[in-house]
Design a protein around this ligand. Structure first.
Ligand SMILES: *Cc1c(COP(=O)(O)O)cnc(C)c1O
Length: 353
């Protein structure tokens, strides 16, 4: 740190992204990316013509992308805003609605705390129940915005729309941000409710279910006035945030619904099959509505499982945070990858328990 750095950033603890290893990791299950390549339609639109168009600035209104999103979700284009990844959208939403503070769970997406620290927004941390579920009543009397990852990360558990409606009803004076980064792997979305609640903002991403983590595309769906707020902030920070190539990729990915559905269905099927199989090995953890599993074993520590998997070329995510130190978050990969993980887990249990 230089002596010139503004004091307000000197205590900042940045978000630590999951590792993107340069070395040869055989199976990468640590950052909830899709195990599948982007749709072949995406591969077609990133062509020489697209590359030549890079001479010009990209469309700062993201209008073709927003139109494709609106069509996909049956909303109006005025209900959609897109940004460079949903992290950026979350930052904008925190800036826009964090004035009275933001409440979120103790075990949830780590970036929420970082955004609060960066923007000097007071955070109120609400512990999950012992089984990692969210107790909606804990939020009811809090006079501040709320952010809920739904399904939650790294637990994989989701609240029902009914429970989120309860939050929306009791927070008429604040925005409830529902981060549906994993929404495509879950049973239900809050998008159908945006017309009913002017304080509901749904934030989503192309990074997980649309196989485009490296393209950095996120979006929000909500009431027109909320979207106007976000555009106001976006246009004050970085109006050219979704690159030309990313806009093209995003539109092509949205249009290939068959590919999208086949990818998400395969992931959900592999997730449920291998969850059961890992439970038979003695692993424990919540039943996931996302594209990852969150598992611990009564006989081997979370850290040992992490290290032993790593030795075998399998990378999963381990968090040192006390309440979840015994767990590992494992991205659902292909059937083949999950099978190899199962074999590695068997070996580790045999050696270490
Ligand atoms: C991955 C993730 C994001 C961020 O996604 P990007 O669009 O890649 O920035 C946001 N929220 C949660 C809960 C996530 O897991």
């Amino acid at each position: 740190m230089s002596r010139y750095l503004d004091k307000k950033y000197q205590d900042l603890v940045p978000y630590v992204p999951g590792e993107q290893p340069k070395e040869n990791v055989l199976i990468k299950l640590n950052t909830n990316e899709s195990p599948f390549e982007p749709s072949p339609e995406v591969q077609k639109v990133i062509n020489n013509e697209a590359i030549r168009s890079l001479r010009r600035y990209n469309d700062p209104t993201n209008s073709a992308l927003n139109a494709a999103l609106a069509k996909t979700y049956g909303v109006k284009q005025e209900n959609v805003c897109s940004t460079g990844g949903s992290d950026e959208m979350l930052d904008y939403a925190f800036m826009a609605y964090g004035q009275d503070g933001i409440a979120f769970a103790d075990i949830t997406y780590g970036f929420y705390q970082v955004f609060c620290d960066l923007r000097k927004i007071p955070s109120t941390i609400i512990p999950l129940r012992d089984d990692f579920s969210i107790r909606v009543e804990d939020y009811e009397k809090l006079p501040m915005a709320i952010v809920i990852a739904n399904p939650n990360a790294p637990t994989g558990l989701a609240l029902s729309p009914k429970e989120i409606q309860q939050l929306l009803e009791t927070h008429k004076n604040h925005v409830v941000i529902v981060d549906e980064a994993y929404g495509d792997f879950a049973e239900e979305s809050m998008i159908p409710y945006i017309g009913e609640y002017d304080n509901l903002l749904v934030v989503r991403t192309f990074s997980k279910s649309r196989c485009l983590a490296g393209a950095r595309i996120g979006y929000a769906i909500g009431n027109k006035k909320l979207i106007d707020d976000l555009e106001r902030i976006r246009n004050s920070c970085n109006p050219y945030d979704v690159t030309t190539l990313s806009q093209l990729a995003g539109i092509a990915a949205l249009e290939d619904t068959a590919y999208f559905e086949s990818c998400t269905n395969r992931i959900k099927k592999v997730r449920d099959t291998y969850y059961e199989r890992y439970l038979t090995l003695g692993f424990e953890g919540p039943k996931s509505e996302s594209n990852f599993l969150f598992l611990k074993h009564p006989k081997v520590s979370g850290e040992t499982v992490y290290k032993e998997l790593r030795k075998r070329g399998i990378l999963v995510r381990h968090f040192s945070k006390e309440r979840i130190g015994e767990y590992n978050r494992i991205t659902v990969g292909t059937e083949e990858q999950m099978k190899r993980l199962e074999e590695a887990l068997k070996e580790i249990l045999y050696e270490k328990s």
